[in-house]
Ligand binder design. Structure first.
Ligand SMILES: [Zn+2]
Length: 336
């Protein structure tokens, strides 16, 4: 599943509708209050008049009159609140209520830069809605609900079998991996780090990645989960697709670069070529520049990764924090 242009437009229209609904609802409340407490409507008119007058005074540079007007307006706003509460309404009944206060339901966040200029960018709520709607399927939702830090079961990891390279038991290694993954999720947002979870098939790599994904999603981060196969398919469409599919891939690509955490599952299982490999580098490089974290799970060792991908990619991957898991096949064990 991925995002099409018409789906993107339809989400934009939903935001427009949300704004219209919000305005309509506010008008309804104003009319209701004007009927019930006419004095409030009068105060509201005086507040509006005051704001217009303030704009004129500010233009004329009349600061003392402006201060006085400011105090009067504050007093009026207070009066309005008291009257509202007195009549049994919430104090903010005549204010606009937004689903997302950050972007005021426009879907666009305006950020003021250090030099005073403004940058417009899609609000987190908008990015989340896109990912939630167009990249999460039911299967993934169910997996995320099932596979979390409370259900990660260390009993699947043998307390007897030992990894020859480190001399540690599979259980001890898994305990460290679990603690590292929790730590990674806890520090996400305050510390920029990339993570690689490696190990043979069936040792619980994707499970552990899902634990992190679920934790971050619950804290409002945007997490985009893609199998390596799907990611490379998007890279292909970006370049070789017909007009519509490359336009879609371009939207996908924006989300790949933009999400707070990108999870690439099972790197090494995809069909790759020099073009898609170079796109993987662009993706890692760009995310690194923006300090946006990437989490990779893979069956391959670091050695195999450097052989399979370019030197430049390997040098990036070497900087990832590395978690390794060992187990007898967990999926087989859990079936027994
Ligand atoms: Zn928003």
């Amino acid at each position: 599943m991925s995002l099409t242009t018409s789906e993107y437009d339809s989400l934009l229209r939903e935001y427009e509708q949300r704004q219209l609904d919000g305005e309509k609802e506010l008008r309804r409340r104003k009319e209701e209050v004007a009927q019930a407490v006419p004095a409030i409507a009068e105060i509201e008119e005086r507040i509006v008049d005051g704001s217009l007058q303030a704009a004129r005074l500010a233009l004329a540079g009349n600061t003392s009159a402006l201060d006085a007007l400011g105090r009067t307006n504050e007093w009026l706003i207070n009066q309005k609140r008291q009257l509202l509460v007195g009549a049994g309404y919430p104090a903010d009944y005549l204010e606009r209520h937004y689903t997302c206060p950050l972007c005021k339901d426009t879907g666009t966040e305006i950020v003021t830069n250090a030099d005073g200029s403004e940058t417009r960018r899609p609000c987190t709520c908008f990015r989340r809605a896109i990912i939630d709607r167009y990249y999460m399927d039911d299967g993934l939702r169910q997996r995320l609900a099932r596979e979390n830090f409370t259900t990660f079961d260390l009993r699947f990891y043998s307390p007897q079998r030992v990894d020859a390279a480190t001399g540690q038991t599979y259980r001890a290694i898994a305990e460290t991996a679990l603690a590292d993954a929790k730590d990674y999720a806890d520090r996400f947002g305050s510390e920029y780090r990339n993570l690689m979870i490696s190990g043979y098939s069936g040792v619980g790599k994707t499970f552990l990645a899902n634990c992190i994904a679920g934790e971050l999603l619950s804290h409002g981060y945007t997490v985009l989960y893609l199998s390596a196969f799907r990611l490379f398919e998007i890279f292909e469409h970006y370049r070789f697709g017909d007009r519509e599919s490359s336009r879609q891939a371009s939207l996908d690509f924006d989300n790949i670069l933009d999400c707070d955490l990108l999870i690439i599952d099972d790197l090494g299982t995809e069909m790759s070529n020099s073009y898609t490999t170079s796109q993987l580098f662009v993706c890692l490089e760009e995310r690194d520049r923006e300090k946006k974290s990437t989490l990779i799970t893979t069956n391959l060792t670091m050695d195999e990764l450097s052989k399979r991908y370019s030197e430049r990619i390997a040098s990036r991957l070497f900087l990832f924090r590395y978690i390794k898991l060992f187990a007898d096949d967990i999926r087989i064990q859990s079936m027994l």
